[in-house]
Design a protein around this ligand. Structure first.
Ligand code: NAD
Ligand code: DAU
Length: 360
């Protein structure tokens, strides 16, 4: 049985990845999920798998070398899939240090512990061991409003926010381990994800949640910044395919050519909510374009992201399966069915963050 060490598996993409992997590989894999459970980590996301014999949860900080070393000592780990990070750009602008600690130091600890457990005296590695570092397209910086400009694996790094700078640093550490120690790793740089379990500080769940409550829909700047949206299961599939079929040492960009301006996204969400809410549902009265409120722009706001997924398609055969219209309906349906989840994650600390962030 192959053993996976997944970091940050209680977060948005990590929990979707764990569900994806159990759907695909069933009881032929063992997943050990190590997560510190920050505000973004939520074990409710994993309720359906927590009783499985082949699933283990370890509450630990990836910066805690002894805790991570212990996991490698107690289990023969075959694959590391490293999601754990501070992930929200706005929070990184307010408080960069925790991003540097978790995203840079935490990645260094993961690399060191994996190398320690996997490297043989002659500098080669134990058969079949692989590390995948989950990263972002934000490391490439910002593209002009030119529909022919894309991020490629060869694009120069040019991060602007403390978040993207910390992810770029972590990517460079992985690249350094590949070059220096021939460490068996891959990096994936993915575009914006959306789907179930996404924390409502991010644009899509924030807009869904606010619209259903008749709260303002904050649009940064002119609303014309472009993001390239990918349904989270397609990202999970891409990570698995890269780890199994990718050439070791290589970077693969993951994105589905689904670029949209933020304001377009908001209009699509409002239209879809009105299509999906049944007649007579009181929330229909609340959902309205009048809620759209232009607010101060994000500092250093990147204008446009767009991934060219040519390499992953050509080498590995990855294609996205869920088109945006279907993905947004699935996402909204999930939020309709998980009102309690939304209530739980938006209470307490999140309310305080929201009030400070949006002065409400
Ligand atoms: P998230 O914020 O939803 O989840 C992060 C998880 O990491 C949480 O469960 C949190 O508890 C855990 N964590 C944070 N600090 C930790 C620490 N010190 N030790 C152990 N666990 C810790 O993030 P996400 O959106 O699921 O993103 C996951 C990864 O994917 C990140 O590395 C992010 O950079 C990358 N990524 C995200 C997107 C996106 O659109 N969300 C796109 C591309 C890449
Ligand atoms: O591109 C991949 C990245 O996508 C990931 O690496 C990050 O972890 C993830 O958070 C995401 O970053 P963004 O900054 O692009 O996502 P966010 O949802 O925060 O914002 C999307 C766009 O919407 C961005 O242009 C800012 C804008 N926005 C966001 C919020 C929260 C608004 O206009 N209003 C808002 O209230």
């Amino acid at each position: 049985m192959r053993t996976y060490l997944v970091t940050g598996g209680a977060g948005f993409i990590g929990s979707n990845y764990i569900h994806y992997m159990f759907r695909k590989y069933k009881d032929t894999i063992h997943i050990i999920n190590v997560d510190k459970l920050t505000y973004a980590g939520n074990l409710e996301n994993l309720k359906e798998v927590e009783e499985l014999d082949n699933y283990t949860f370890v509450k630990a900080d990836i910066c805690d070398k002894e805790a991570i070393r212990k996991i490698f000592a107690e289990h023969d780990i075959d694959r590391v899939v490293h999601f754990a990070a501070e992930s929200h750009v706005d929070r990184s602008i307010k408080d960069p240090e925790v991003f540097i600690r978790t995203n840079v130091l935490g990645t260094a600890v993961m690399l060191n512990c994996a190398r320690e457990a996997w490297e043989l005296p002659d500098g080669s590695y134990r058969e079949g061991k692989k590390f995948l570092h989950v990263s972002t397209d934000e490391v490439y910086g910002s593209l002009p409003d030119d529909p022919h400009a894309f991020f490629y694996e060869t694009s120069p790094y040019d991060p602007h926010s403390p978040y993207s700078a910390s992810k770029a640093s972590s990517d460079f550490l992985v690249k350094a381990y590949i070059d220096t120690y021939k460490f068996p790793a891959n990096i994936t740089n993915c575009s914006n994800n959306y789907g179930p379990y996404q924390f409502p500080e991010k644009l899509i769940p924030l807009i869904i949640n606010n619209a259903l409550q008749g709260k303002k829909l904050p649009v940064y700047g002119d609303g014309k910044n472009v993001r390239d949206w990918l349904y989270v299961d397609d990202h999970a599939k891409g990570i698995d395919m890269v780890q199994e079929q990718g050439r070791l040492g290589e970077t693969y960009n993951i994105g589905g050519h689904n670029e949209k301006q933020n304001i377009e996204i908001i209009h699509i969400i409002l239209e879809t909510l009105l299509e999906m809410l049944p007649q007579g549902d009181p929330r229909r009265e609340l959902v309205s374009e009048n809620l759209i409120t232009y607010v101060e722009d994000r500092k250093g706001h990147d204008r446009r992201y767009a991934i060219a997924p040519d390499k992953i398609r050509a080498e590995i055969g990855w294609e996205p399966e869920t088109m945006f219209k279907e993905g947004i309906r699935k996402t909204i349906a999930w939020f309709f069915e998980h009102e309690e989840w939304m209530k739980n994650v938006t209470s307490g600390a999140y309310q305080k963050y929201y009030q400070e962030m949006y002065q409400e």
